[in-house]
Design a protein around this ligand. Structure first.
Ligand SMILES: Cc1cc2nc3c(=O)[nH]c(=O)nc-3n(C[C@H](O)[C@H](O)[C@H](O)COP(=O)(O)O)c2cc1C
Length: 350
């Protein structure tokens, strides 16, 4: 194992529609060492004169409580990627720029973006160079192992990133063809981590804090990037640190889960219209409530709630009921969904 000067990092993976400033702030509160924005479309952002929608501008929001934060760019046109990188640097609110070469959605790869670049290493390198040359900030790369098991291009792209002075590379140990299912190739990530000096962050398939530590160890990586497991357990970052210190993580009961939802809603209303923010809470509730008594009924009632005050009232009333019944514990038998691959609905493929 290559000796590393820095302590391993446990960071929140970028997730479109989820890792907004509000959710990131909650994860930083639980000790995440870093995070990345949702992917930012360089075609929309790079064009100087185009007016940006309010939804787009929300992806550029950063809250003061956030720690190390990279802005993630996606695109297949080197000039647009360079222009976007320059603008992101000029905003002065991010710590790094990250290039997305992992998104598997058909619409994305169909336009030559995201994971499509894994099939075109020369264009991928051209984009990396363009972003590096136009960024005052450190540049990072996030990629998958390759397009399919017959075309594993991550090793050469990671070497290129190292030669260009990138700050780090996050390797999702699956191919594009695997999308979000199937096993993560731990050996392939380790082989990459052991072949370069640039820090490699391992990603894919972590389900709990103990898993994250095992993944770090097995991949010999400098860090671990946690995606879907953090949606279900934003406290995973705290648990990881407690476990590393030989301590036992706390139980995360209904009181804490409802508190996370209340905080998320309040934070979300700071950067989104109230109705949009409150509707979006249905997604987060679907990750956080299963396993609690009455979760399904509460989630059904959430579908009719559009104002922050009503949301707070519903959630506080729900918690009161559980407290009165002395039933705030999580019941695993009420939440049989344990396999991460079945937890996430398929991403849109249109
Ligand atoms: C809903 C969702 C949205 C995602 N959006 C992005 C994204 O914008 N940029 C990116 O690089 N990866 C994105 N990913 C991929 C994750 O960052 C991560 O690589 C993947 O989920 C595997 O890690 P996990 O098993 O820990 O979830 C997304 C994943 C999910 C589930």
């Amino acid at each position: 194992m290559r000796p590393r000067a820095d302590a391993p990092q446990f960071v929140l993976a970028p997730m479109d529609g989820m890792t907004r400033a509000s959710f990131r702030t909650v994860c930083f509160g639980y000790g995440a060492d870093g995070a990345t924005t949702e992917m930012i479309q360089s075609l929309a952002y790079g064009r100087a004169k185009r007016r940006l929608s309010a939804t787009f501008l929300e992806t550029l929001v950063r809250f003061p409580e956030e720690g190390d934060l990279a802005a993630q760019l996606i695109g297949g046109n080197p000039a647009m990627m360079a222009a976007s990188a320059r603008k992101l640097c000029d905003l002065g609110r991010f710590d790094a720029i990250e290039i997305n070469m992992g998104c598997p959605a058909r619409k994305v790869v169909g336009s030559g973006n995201g994971a499509a670049l894994l099939r075109e290493p020369e264009r991928a390198v051209e984009i990396m160079r363009a972003v590096r040359d136009s960024s005052r900030l450190p540049v990072r790369l996030k990629l998958r192992l390759g397009w399919d098991e017959g075309s594993i291009t991550a090793p050469e792209l990671v070497r290129a990133a190292e030669e260009m002075g990138f700050e780090r590379v996050t390797v999702h140990g699956r191919t594009r063809v695997q999308r979000y299912a199937g096993s993560v190739d731990i050996d392939a990530i380790r082989a990459i981590a052991e072949s370069v000096q640039i820090p490699i962050y391992a990603n894919g398939g972590v389900t709990c804090a103990r898993d994250a530590l095992t993944f770090l160890e097995q991949t010999r990586s400098g860090g671990v990037s946690v995606g879907r497991a953090a949606l279900k357990q934003p406290w995973i970052f705290e648990d990881i640190k407690l476990l590393r210190a030989g301590e036992t993580p706390r139980e995360h009961d209904a009181v804490e889960r409802v508190d996370v939802l209340l905080r998320l809603a309040r934070l979300s209303c700071l950067h989104r219209p109230e109705r949009v923010a409150v509707c979006e809470m249905r997604k987060f509730a679907a990750w956080l409530l299963p396993g609690l008594t009455g979760a399904a009924d509460t989630m059904a009632r959430l579908n009719h709630v559009f104002a922050l005050e009503d949301f707070n009232q519903l959630m506080e009333g729900y918690l009161d009921g559980l407290l009165r019944a002395g039933d705030t514990r999580v019941h695993p038998e009420l939440n049989p969904r344990t396999d991460l691959d079945t937890l996430t609905k398929p991403l849109p493929e249109t």
